[in-house]
Design a protein around this ligand. Structure first.
Ligand code: 5RP
Length: 282
């Protein structure tokens, strides 16, 4: 692996503990202004310092993320369909490698839709993207998406993750499922787990815990953080599991404690807390 690629990967999967906390805010690329993500700038600002990396589209990066940030950017470079369109799986690569470099992307992200109508197109696009990105030392995160008729089961997700890795993806994002260990064991590159639809905070912490226990390097969580009533408290609690090895009970107790201490969602109100588990980002 070339130095640049290794370096970029180490910005996303922290070498200290081989773990990653990615904040996903790329949903608008097919969902539009989805609930609680109507104003991405407001969502991102207070959360940016608590994630290891931020997953965004170029439009949101340029308009809503301060260029002075030290947080690495995982740039979504695929798109082309919307939630009301014909078929969500009909994606193409929409961002050039030159623009990704201008945006100082630490990784590029795209979806493959195994088992869908546009399976072939998206898998071939992944292979092509890896070839282009490797030329410049940029890793590729493949997002494995579930086809309409396919459930989130280990057999299907193993197939999708393995295909992504075979095409050269450096990290694969998938869902947690029963027998998740099997998905991890048959995928030769690190796996990161998507949060999925909003669920109660304790359940999302359980999902985080199970994913790590099952062998994922971390989570790429979106809705379960920014659709929470307490996004900052939630990301801090998730962090204690990803980087602090907290149990679910410990993380949830920490979340509740932060919430009970008052409204801390505003930037600059998150003062260091002496009693918190040691999970600071840097
Ligand atoms: C959409 C994505 C999202 O980033 C991913 O689903 C993670 O977000 P969430 O935790 O809300 O599911 O890649 O294709």
């Amino acid at each position: 692996m070339d130095w640049g690629l290794k370096n970029r990967l180490s910005q996303i999967i922290k070498p200290q503990d081989n773990r990653a906390l990615m904040l996903a805010v790329d949903h608008g690329y097919f969902l539009g202004p989805t609930e609680k993500l109507e104003n991405p700038k407001k969502v991102i600002a207070p959360l940016l310092k608590y994630c290891d990396s931020l997953m965004v589209t170029r439009g949101i990066q340029r308009t809503c993320v301060p260029a002075t940030t030290n947080t690495p950017m995982v740039l979504r470079v695929s798109g082309g369909s919307s939630i009301i369109g014909e078929d969500l799986s009909q994606e193409e690569i929409t961002v050039s490698i030159q623009d990704a470099i201008r945006l100082n992307a630490s990784a590029l992200a795209m979806s493959i839709f195994v088992g869908s109508k546009y399976e072939h197109q998206t898998i071939v696009n992944l292979g092509k993207l890896v070839s282009k990105a490797e030329k410049y030392g940029i890793p590729v995160l493949a997002v494995t998406a579930v086809g309409k008729e396919l459930g989130k089961d280990a057999r299907y997700l193993s197939l999708a993750c393995r295909i992504a890795a075979e095409q050269g993806a450096h990290i694969v994002k998938t869902y947690y499922c029963e027998n998740f260990e099997k998905v991890v064991q048959s995928c030769p590159v690190p796996i990161i787990v998507a949060g999925g639809k909003k669920i109660p905070e304790r359940d999302a912490l359980q999902l985080t815990y199970n994913s790590i226990k099952g062998g994922a390097v971390g989570v790429d969580m979106g809705r379960n953080i920014w659709q929470s009533e307490h996004p900052v408290e939630m990301i801090k609690a998730v962090r204690t599991i990803v980087h602090g090895n907290s149990t679910v009970d410990q993380a949830y107790a920490y979340y509740k404690k932060l919430v009970s201490e008052g409204p801390k969602n505003k930037p600059n109100q998150n003062k260091p807390n002496q009693n918190k588990p040691n999970t600071t980002k840097k």
